[in-house]
Design a protein around this ligand. Sequence first.
Ligand SMILES: NC(=O)c1ccc[n+]([C@@H]2O[C@H](COP(=O)([O-])OP(=O)(O)OC[C@H]3O[C@@H](n4cnc5c(N)ncnc54)[C@H](O)[C@@H]3O)[C@@H](O)[C@H]2O)c1
Ligand SMILES: O=c1ccn([C@@H]2O[C@H](COP(=O)(O)OP(=O)(O)O[C@H]3O[C@H](CO)[C@@H](O)[C@H](O)[C@H]3O)[C@@H](O)[C@H]2O)c(=O)[nH]1
Length: 436
Amino acid sequence: MKIAVVGTGYVGLVTGTCFAETGNRVTCVDIDVTKIEKLKSGVITIYEPGLDVLFDRNIKEGRLLFTTNLAEGIKDAEVIFLALPTPPGEDGSADLKYILKVADDLGPLLADYAVIVDKSTVPVGTAEKVHARIAKNAKVEFDVVSNPEFLREGVAVEDFMKPDRVVIGTNSEKARKVMNKLYAPLVRQGNPVIFMDERSAEMTKYAANAFLATKITFMNEIANLCEKVGANVDDIRRGIGTDSRIGKRFLFAGIGYGGSCFPKDVQALHKTSEEYAYDFKILEAVMGVNENQKTKLLPKIKQYFNHDLSGKTIAVWGLAFKPYTDDIREAPALENIKELVAAGANVRAYDPEAMENVKRILGDQIVYTNSPYEALEGADALFIVTEWPEFRSPEFERISSLLKNKVIFDGRNVFELDQMRELGYTYYSIGRDVVA
Ligand SMILES: NC(=O)c1ccc[n+]([C@@H]2O[C@H](COP(=O)([O-])OP(=O)(O)OC[C@H]3O[C@@H](n4cnc5c(N)ncnc54)[C@H](O)[C@@H]3O)[C@@H](O)[C@H]2O)c1
Ligand SMILES: O=c1ccn([C@@H]2O[C@H](COP(=O)(O)OP(=O)(O)O[C@H]3O[C@H](CO)[C@@H](O)[C@H](O)[C@H]3O)[C@@H](O)[C@H]2O)c(=O)[nH]1
């Protein structure tokens, strides 16, 4: 099939590359000239494990093209994906200006029947709005379908190529056939394509993200209570996660969820509920708890240093909002580092992928190091913010020889308490006893 993807950011590039890999001819469109020039010259613009191999192969085989010209990009396309940003507007609702602008532009350009697909995360009613905007100028028949994306950064290729499910919102039989054909190679493992109406598909995406954010937040609250009653949240996780009704995943307590999706999508769903005069109490609690959770360890760090961080040096391991990505959108590291610096501390930070992105925001307010150990040089304490695998089994002797105090603040429960006890560390983590 011939496909166009409009918006070649994270989701657009994964969508385009993966559909090229399943044999389609794909043209990705973006207004960012620098990005498109890079992509055209074979340079991948996002860090996503495994994507580079597919990207190189499909460019070489001529199935994956890039352009800044919308008319050229959508020419002869049977399916046109919109993978455009939907950032929070000033009031927290999803800002649809990028989507609606492209919808306006598309109308006069359509030369034959096409299925326009909302791949972006968009509030209930958006497919109808997009349809209306295209219809204003379109001279041909078309359908607008909602097909939300559930991929996770860091495992995006796996999530896209072997999806748990594909959700497609449409009442058009013609669009349904086109989408079924496109997704057939991805769902042949037995995972379903679930058809529903557009509004339910749009809502499904927000419900999934809000549910997962709630699940994590529930565990964070259990963790906070565990600290007070002297229980261990990791044992609780194992104890409840083995119940198949609860499930093992997304039960890891820590210093809050971040990223480009959960925070904005929970906020946007809350906004939708407000618009419909529904008081969605759980979402409000989730947002409030997560905000506090992100800086949960700071009072403990301050207390350890007798409420005076001036001149103290804190080594920070991990800046990305989670491992296997260079994405720092809503990353708990940023807020923590800003507060440490404001309290007079020096920060020496290391992250395998995200340092360039942090430099663009924090500049020379902190020191960036070439290895986790270099970050520890002259440091008074270690603060683990992101659980990159390389932090899980470090050389502890090297850590203790470099740190001024054998103290670790761990926002992701990377180490076992017994291990810390044996090694003689003072160890603060989330929802577990302090090892002193
Ligand atoms: N990042 C994720 O993990 C993820 C996962 C699932 C869903 N989503 C959703 O997918 C959508 C896109 O997210 P993203 O992370 O890929 O965003 P992104 O910011 O990485 O990419 C968006 C791209 O759209 C381009 N763009 C803006 N206006 C344009 C126009 N008029 N024409 C062509 N291109 C234009 C931008 O230049 C940018 O490259 C959002 O709604 C997001 O919520 C994201
Ligand atoms: O048990 C857990 C699992 C995750 N997190 C945190 O939750 C955030 C989000 O993690 P994850 O969901 O893995 O990353 P995203 O790439 O943001 O993916 C989410 O957001 C995407 C965009 O909408 C969706 O497509 C995905 O299905 C959804 O998982 C991160 O800060 C994690 O540290 C926890 O604190 N505990």
